[in-house]
Design a binder for this molecule. Structure first.
Ligand SMILES: Nc1ncnc2c1ncn2[C@@H]1O[C@H](COP(=O)(O)OP(=O)(O)OP(=O)(O)O)[C@@H](O)[C@H]1O
Ligand SMILES: O=P(O)(O)OC[C@@]1(O)O[C@H](CO)[C@@H](O)[C@@H]1O
Length: 309
């Protein structure tokens, strides 16, 4: 089984407006409301790829009920710890004119020590039954910055392969616990090394050589430019197909879903990078965040280029 973790679950609302302008009244033309937050997106995409998955994390209030209901409707297994307060609302406003998206993300509920203890017990149990555990997204208030590091160690102790996709201090501390894979985008990678470097190859080399960084697989995602990966001593450049992107929010989560599936199935690294890239690109073709069509993935797969450097 693959388990995905979303400590800061959300209702992801996507608004399509004709022209996004400040100091104006904008009428929404189309909108979508989905169960979201990075790990839930990963779970949905894994499920859309036809593979078994379970989503866990914290969920609370009316929004938490909506999230569980949506997962039920989409027949995605879930096991969340109920928390006091409301799970957050994340808004993605897409300007129809040029496709540019603006995200407004609520902070989410404050998590109590009791809820964290409850989650830790549940997580250990789930990790024991999982081949791969994928931990994604920001930490809600109340959760210590080293919580992902604790989860990484626990899951590794239970024999699971751990993938981590987060940012800032949570990523820094989590990375020190040596998950199997991290996937920062350029901005997150720059935060991790403490400065921005314009050349992606130089950036990944700096990440690899960082002290206390003992991670077998590091991929820096570069949006429409694809990614640069380091896997056990070798570097790879991955180029996605040229597509007409509609909504790129959730591409990183879809990439993680593709990697999780391939790692769970023991596929080669080149095959995994190719597949994950096709899944990431397929998400960009969809109006909803964290959504793919399997037929798109199969088509895009033929056009992804992976080159060992
Ligand atoms: N416009 C695009 N065209 C083709 N492929 C894309 C595009 N945007 C993203 N992808 C694919 O998806 C992967 C992940 O995208 P990206 O770098 O935007 O992740 P991210 O910043 O983590 O996204 P998010 O946090 O919204 O999930 C890329 O490496 C690429 O393979
Ligand atoms: O605050 P986080 O957890 O870093 O990011 C949350 C979020 O922007 O990430 C997803 C896209 O990757 C969206 O579904 C969600 O709203």
């Amino acid at each position: 089984m693959i388990t995905t973790v979303t400590l800061n679950a959300a209702i992801d609302k996507t608004y399509y407006v004709p022209l996004f302008t400040q100091k104006s009244v904008m009428r929404v033309q189309r909108f979508y409301a989905e169960a979201g937050g990075k790990g839930i997106n990963v779970a949905r995409v894994i499920s859309q790829l036809g593979k078994p998955v379970l989503a866990t994390g914290f969920a609370g209030g009316f929004n938490g009920r909506f999230i569980r209901q949506e997962l039920d409707r989409q027949q995605i297994q879930h096991d969340f710890v109920e928390v006091a307060g409301e799970s957050r609302l994340c808004l993605n406003i897409i300007n129809e004119l040029d496709g540019i998206s603006t995200e407004i993300l609520e902070p989410g509920p404050v998590i109590s020590d009791t809820a964290m203890e409850q989650f830790t017990v549940k997580f250990k149990e789930l990790a024991k039954r999982s081949v791969v555990v994928c931990i994604s997204g920001s930490l809600p208030a109340g959760v210590p910055k080293d919580f992902y590091a604790k989860l990484v160690s626990l899951a590794k102790g239970e024999g699971a392969v751990v993938l981590l996709d987060t940012s800032g201090e949570a990523l820094q501390r989590g990375a020190e616990a040596a998950p199997y894979l991290i996937k920062p985008n350029e901005q997150e990678a720059a935060q991790l090394i403490g400065k921005s470097v314009s050349d992606a190859r130089e950036m990944i080399e700096q990440l690899v050589s960082m002290e206390r960084m003992n991670i077998p697989c590091i991929t820096i995602s570069l949006g429409s430019e694809g990614s640069l990966a380091y896997v056990q001593g070798a570097y790879y450049r991955v180029k996605p197909p040229l597509i007409d992107a509609v909504n790129t929010v959730g591409c990183g989560d879809s990439f993680m879903a593709g990697m999780a599936v391939c790692i769970a199935e023991g596929r080669s690294i080149e095959e995994s990078l190719r597949y994950a890239t096709a899944v990431g690109s397929a998400n960009a073709l969809n109006e909803k965040a964290g959504y793919i069509n399997k037929a798109d993935v199969d088509e895009l797969l033929k056009q992804v280029k992976v080159v060992q450097l």
